[in-house]
Design a protein. Structure first.
Length: 256
């Protein structure tokens, strides 16, 4: 009973809303804590500070951040002056944006992103993960799973070992396949939709998004997690992007 009261208290502090989609989310962690952990990780990464493509990443990134800020009612995104950009010395095609305003673009990603529009697809998607607080939500889900496991353990204390085993497996497997992964896919879809809006608003061509994902999925090879397993199936993703295209195009700046 005490645990239920505790959970109810957490739920009342933890409920937030995602910009644009309005989806409710459950967040138990402090964003500033996540930001300082992220900054420590970012500091450790091997960067290429003299890479001639870095100013381009910074320019496109700042335009995306400015466009995203219009939907940032909760003030999640740091001011433009606090964002830090880096080309990461890594051949795998990946990119990321961290809470607190750190953006990394792997050297290996440029082969898939020859134009400014392509880079805007990638950075739009990554900044959307930050404004939607997906990292914090994932951590909160994991904490929720740990609490559920503790509840199951307590509830089956007097049952047979077999019953207990079944319960714990249900919590564990259910968590892995029933809760965490589908939420991740929904995070990816959410970031695709918001990323499309942000890039269009920043003056880039949103049609580059379905083209990029089609090209990227055909390339195959070993992709790091952010750009592989947790993403929606490639055909689903392209269909969704097509569906959201009019919404994004309506946000494009009017030509003078
Ligand atoms: Zn993503």
């Amino acid at each position: 009973m005490r645990l239920l009261l505790f959970l109810a208290a957490l739920a009342s502090v933890g409920c937030q809303q995602v910009p644009v989609t309005g989806r409710s989310q459950f967040i138990l962690v402090d964003e500033s804590e996540v930001a300082s952990l992220s900054a420590a990780e970012f500091a450790k990464m091997k960067k290429l500070p003299a890479d001639p493509r870095l100013p381009k990443i910074r320019e496109i990134g700042l335009r995306i951040v400015a466009a995203a800020r219009r939907d940032d009612k909760a003030g999640v995104l740091p001011p433009s002056s606090r964002w830090e950009f880096a080309v990461i010395d890594d051949k795998s095609p990946n990119a990321f944006a961290m809470p607190g305003g750190k953006i990394g673009f792997n050297a290996g990603m440029f082969a898939f992103a020859p134009t400014d529009d392509d880079i805007a697809v990638i950075l739009g998607h990554e900044v959307a993960h930050v404004i939607c607080r997906h990292g914090s939500e994932r951590v909160s889900q994991a904490m929720g799973v740990a609490i559920a496991a503790a509840v199951a353990d307590e509830a089956t204390k007097n049952s047979s070992a077999k019953t207990r085993g079944t319960w714990m497996a249900a919590v564990g497997v259910g968590a892995q396949y029933g809760i965490l992964l589908p939420f991740s896919r929904s995070h990816e879809s959410e970031s695709d939709r918001l990323g499309l809006i942000f890039m269009a608003r920043a003056g880039y061509d949103p049609e580059a998004a379905p083209a990029f994902w089609t090209r990227f999925s055909k390339a195959g090879g070993s992709k790091p997690p952010e750009f592989l397993s947790t993403h929606p199936a490639d055909s689903t993703r392209v269909n969704q992007l097509r569906r959201w295209m009019p919404e994004a195009k309506a946000q494009m700046p009017k030509k003078p």
